[in-house]
Write a protein that binds this ligand. Sequence first.
Ligand SMILES: CC(=O)SCCNC(=O)CCNC(=O)[C@H](O)C(C)(C)COP(=O)(O)OP(=O)(O)OC[C@H]1O[C@@H](n2cnc3c(N)ncnc32)[C@H](O)[C@@H]1OP(=O)(O)O
Ligand SMILES: O=C([O-])CC(=O)C(=O)O
Length: 372
Amino acid sequence: MTVTRGLEGVVATTSSISSIIDDTLTYVGYDIDDLAENALFEEVIYLLWHRELPTRQQLEELKQQLAENAAIPKEIIEHFKQYPIDKVHPMAALRTAISMLGLYDEEADVMTKEANYRKAIRLQAKIPTVVTAFARVRKGLEPVEPRKDLGFAANFLYMLTGKEPNETAVEAFNKALVLHADHELNASTFTARVCVATLSDVYSGVTAAIGALKGPLHGGANEAVMKMLKEIGTIDNVESYIYKKLENKEKIMGFGHRVYRKGDPRAKHLKKMSEKLTKLVGEPHWYEMSARIEEIVTSEKSLPPNVDFYSASVYHCLGIDHDLFTPIFAVSRMSGWLAHILEQYDNNRLIRPRAEYTGPAKRAYVPIEQRG
Ligand SMILES: CC(=O)SCCNC(=O)CCNC(=O)[C@H](O)C(C)(C)COP(=O)(O)OP(=O)(O)OC[C@H]1O[C@@H](n2cnc3c(N)ncnc32)[C@H](O)[C@@H]1OP(=O)(O)O
Ligand SMILES: O=C([O-])CC(=O)C(=O)O
């Protein structure tokens, strides 16, 4: 048996959703740079689920379906109110609430193609409502009901704050959603596919994926980046902080990637947004510190920033609580997870690799009184 640690370079499935070739990311053949500059997040959802960009009518239909399905059962809000609120991470709350949504979906275990698509709509529609409701309930605020007249990005920010967001915020948030939507066989998507390949249901698949995204080596890195920026505090502290970490062989969050070697093509869009937004809100130091960290880590370790690095300062400027950064990633990545889950069902085979055994050789059972 040959063991490939971390399955690096192992091609585990075919997929027609997104590709990373020579450090270029495409969703169904459309370059991420093109989509980031031009697409609405709802168009990207449609693209990932149908493999074509929507016509105007198809887009309007999808928007309407998302708006009509955005409300969540009141039991979920009541559940939130019972949590030990100051101890619960929003990703743990999200993981629980998304699983709980399955309890209130009469089609949860109906496995037809049509029912699975309807569940995809419901999950994509409800995840912003879940994240924003939890964010408000933990502050003692009432959740804000979703509005049918707002697009996906605007509605999220509206439900979070109770105020209609300005155009710049909506544009930036939409772009962040587009950039995070899918990424081939990343850890959380792979988790979702492994789960549903047992023919388990869609809710189980996305709940498992949320669990995988939560870790700091994956989606959790964006929150960890902001924690690092706060710890550093000022531009004058950047050098000593980063060099010390590197000397101690500690990882710098938001850098490195399993697949990209020259760089993550999403990072430059977030970098540009970070520069613009940090100036706009009068906190340019977050961008300046980030840019200096990038200079050092790139020259010392040849490690370019990944999608999580500049998204941290972007979300901070949008007034989003730092522990909501990873749930926001999940709001966007839900679209990719669902695309992959539907694709897995379409051409399913159980995913079950092997392990090379490294434990003791064959042993005889020892009765308990003879042990010790
Ligand atoms: C959306 C996303 O999931 S993007 C990734 C988000 N995660 C992060 O930003 C966390 C920080 N980065 C990392 O931990 C890693 O780069 C990962 C997990 C993304 C990729 O991991 P792997 O492909 O397994 O790379 P691996 O950890 O083996 O790193 C290879 C070498 O680069 C070093 N390295 C990798 N990332 C970093 C980093 N962020 N800071 C410092 N050194 C690093 C490793 O220490 C290792 O060095 P060595 O060969 O001297 O031992
Ligand atoms: O692909 C990966 O390993 C991680 C990543 O960048 C993502 O999920 O967006």
